[in-house]
Design a protein around this ligand. Structure first.
Ligand SMILES: C[S@@+](CC[C@H](N)C(=O)[O-])C[C@H]1O[C@@H](n2cnc3c(N)ncnc32)[C@H](O)[C@@H]1O
Length: 189
């Protein structure tokens, strides 16, 4: 893996195969406690589109990714879906949403990039808009197989999010190893 892992056809195909049995259904159940059905939702980093297909059952969802390869895959496999080429840091989307969701995407951002992303999320959300993001749980950062991974925990969330969002819930959960992940749900201040 390298920092271009999500950008080549071969590695995107490999990722899709590796991740085929993983989805965010349980995380989306948590989101539903805070964001009413039919709300307008932006997904950041839709990747293979697995979570998008679950989200569309409840929300008016627009997917996005900063990888052209993933977008080609999404447009080919979900022709009735709406997908934008967006970077999580700048979110140049030109419209407002009631909620923003991502599953294991924002951990790729360095601290300053995450801070920029959070400010942009505040700007593209309607008043009292909801954010729901999953992260790898822990401290510090590392390059894992060549990809940057920034770990987060409850304490760090406060520092990053508190200027723009009220934290409604932080929920540790298990993806591969016990409590290796954490879900954050927040409301726009
Ligand atoms: C681990 S995958 C998660 C995909 C999807 N959420 C899922 O659960 O299958 C990470 C995705 O985030 C995208 N991504 C990584 N950095 C990004 C960024 N800065 N802006 C937008 N998307 C990004 C990648 O292209 C990839 O599709």
């Amino acid at each position: 893996m390298s920092k271009d892992y999500y950008k080549t056809k071969e590695s995107v195909e490999e990722y899709i195969e590796l991740a085929k049995d993983v989805n965010g259904a349980e995380l989306i159940e948590e989101l539903k406690k805070y964001l009413p059905a039919k709300s307008k939702l932006l997904e950041i980093g839709s990747g293979p589109g697995t979570d998008w297909k679950i989200l569309i059952e409840t929300y008016q969802v627009i997917g996005s990714d900063n990888s052209k390869e993933f977008l080609d895959h999404l447009n080919k496999n979900i022709p009735n879906g709406k997908f934008f080429h967006l970077d999580a840091i700048t979110l140049e989307v030109g419209q407002k949403f009631d909620g923003i969701y991502s599953n294991k995407v924002l951990h790729h951002l360095k601290d300053n990039e995450l801070a920029d992303s959070i400010k942009r999320q505040y700007e593209v959300l309607n008043p009292e808009g909801i954010i729901c993001h999953s992260f790898w749980k822990g401290e510090g950062s590392e390059y894992f197989k060549g990809m940057f991974v920034n770990y987060h925990n409850e304490e760090g969330f406060k520092e990053f999010f508190q200027d723009y969002f009220e934290i409604l819930a932080t929920i540790p959960y298990t993806e591969f190893e016990e409590n290796d992940s954490i879900l954050l749900i927040g409301k726009r201040k």
